[in-house]
Every structure is written in structure tokens, then in C-alpha cells.
Design a protein around this ligand. Sequence first.
Ligand code: GAR
Length: 204
Amino acid sequence: MNKVRIAVLVSGGGTNLQALIDAEKSGIIKDGKISLVVSNNADAYALKRAEKAGIETATVLKKDFITSSDFEGELVRLLKENGIELVVLAGFMSILTEKFIKAFEKRIINVHPSLIPSFCGKGYYGLKVHEAALSYGVKVTGATVHFVNEIPDGGKIIMQKAVEIKDGDTPETLQKRVMEEAEWKILPMSTQIICKKIKNGELL
Ligand code: GAR
């Protein structure tokens, strides 16, 4: 049976994209194929990672559209044109609204660098999440992969992994450990699980 066509949406460094590319190569993702990488930032290093892996890329910039609805409309058009069946948000720093979510209902997953429902929702992204965890003083944090719905970081949880906070951690050291120990593992694993469900017709 054909592999599920995956689009990965990125904005920055793309280490999670790299983890997905490596997981497809090593066979951890065996029911899906990363077919397109889309960035909302022309300078994203993630685009270079995709090109190096021979994956088609596209850049869609918010500033080229009058409204965010037009921006999302173009994203939807591009993904549909490429026959995309699963959208993976991997460090995509733009909140998607109803227009996009309706077009790919139950077909969008996201990785977030905390244990949801802690340190999530509007305003919590990237290093800010780790700053918040450290300033609150929690001893355990982690990462979550979840479905995307109209509530920021509010969709059904697919997988989580805890990461211990160490004395002397800075937002940067914590971010690195959460990526290494949690995100780069649970995002590829979750992607495979969802691809398999889509292929088997279990995710209606
Ligand atoms: C990752 O830590 C990801 O979880 C986070 O941004 C980073 C992107 O790094 N995403 C969010 O905060 C979304 N709310 P990457 O570009 O190297 O994958």
C-alpha cells in the first residue's frame, strides 16, 4: 500500500525536521513519506536540511498576504496540490486558525516542548516555554505531541515524555535536553503511529 504523504511545516532551525528525516531513513517511519517541507520564514535553516535530503520545499510568507486567512488559504492550496495527507508542525511558529484546521481535520500534529497542560497555549513557544518552566521551579518538564485543533496546544495528546530539570539549567541547556531526550524521539514515533492509523483507515 502507498505511504502516507507528509508535509512538515517549519520556521527555524529544523532539528525536529531532521529527526523526522533520519527516522524515515532508518525505518522508524515506515508508513509515511516526507513529501514537502513548507516554511513561513525564508531564512529557516530547516529549508537547507530538506534540500540536502532531496525533499521538495516551499516558502509561504505572511507578509505577502493581506489577511491571515489568505495566508492559510495559500498553505491549504499548496498542501492539497501536493496530495498531502498528514501535516506535521515541527517548530512552526504561527498559530493556525479554523480555515486551515477544517481543511485538515484530524490530520495535523504538533510537537510542543513541555508537558501539556503546563506552559502551553498562546505566547508559549520556543525558549519562552523553558524560561517559564525554570522560573516556576518545576522539577520535571518534557515534550508533548498532540493533534492540532482550534485551541492553541489544546488538541488530543498522542504522546508525552518527561525530562528532569537539573540544578544550573538555563533555558538553553534545558531546551537542548528536552529536544534530545524527548522531542526527537516522540515526534517520529507519533508520526509513524498516525501514518499507520491513516493507512489502515482507523483515523476517520
Ligand atoms: C522545538 O523545541 C519545538 O518543540 C518548539 O520550537 C522548537 C523548534 O526547534 N515549538 C514550539 O514551541 C511550538 N509551540 P526546531 O526548529 O529545531 O525543530
